[in-house]
Ligand binder design. Sequence first.
Ligand code: HXC
Length: 260
Amino acid sequence: MSAAQDNLILAAQVGRVLTLTLNRPQALNALNTALLLELAQQLATAEQNDSIGAVVITGSQKAFAAGADVKEMAQMNAVDLHRDPRVQAWADIARFSKPIIAAVNGFCLGGGCELAMCADYIIAGHNASFGQPEVKLGIMPGAGGTQRLMRLVGPAKAKQMALTGATLSAKQALQAGLVAEVCPAEATLDKAQAQAQQIASYAPIAVAAIKDCCNKALDVELNQGLQYERRSYCVVSSSEDRNEGIDAFLNKRKPTYQNR
Ligand code: HXC
């Protein structure tokens, strides 16, 4: 059966925001191959859709995602791992050019935490818990759980998490810099969607360039990053939306952006 028939991802667009809900409640949203491919496919479609300005990825109140699907992993041999189509899916998700906010309640573990870290930022409910417990299974994180975690929370916390498998509460994750904001669990999705609508109301060219430049900062040294930022600034400044944004401000009216 295909992923689409299974409804592994529920997609709903309101205004300029697409919400993608991970939907394997019986397995705490464990990321099996079908779910991950469906998520990447939904994002590829959203990439081409100008009516979508930002995306929220969420799960359930109990679990954002409890990791890669351990039952599926148990069936895979080394050759399967080399040919694993999820590698491309992870790369596609990370390369998505529009902003993604992860709205996280409940368990956010292993591949689930790695998926949340692929988002531009995380809003967490009070009941959220974050961790990379792979070490407890005799394996290790394989989709950013050492690399992105190191950049987000720094070596001490990242190594403590990945080496002990210990989880962080939402409050600890906030202190560590893993999440941007913590709120009551009932409010997580609303908050993420409201912020996504706000972002999606801005000029798409500027928004995409800001995301791109922020991500560049994680890859290159400062002077290279500053040059990249300056070039991007000049490109964004040559857009029609830049003239519209400034004119709207000066004339005390709401801007109407055309993505040009
Ligand atoms: C497959 C999972 C799962 C997972 C939970 N389930 N996590 N199935 N893969 N990662 C299933 C359980 O088998 C069970 O189904 C159902 O979901 C409910 O889970 P319970 O354990 O009964 O719930 P609870 O007691 O509340 O415990 C929750 C939990 C625990 C603490 C989150 O489920 C847990 O420890 N899960 C595994 C977490 C983990 O190790 N994640 C990392 C995976 S490795 P049944 O049918 O049995 O009732 C990974 C590698 C990433 O992510 C690499 C990327 C390349």
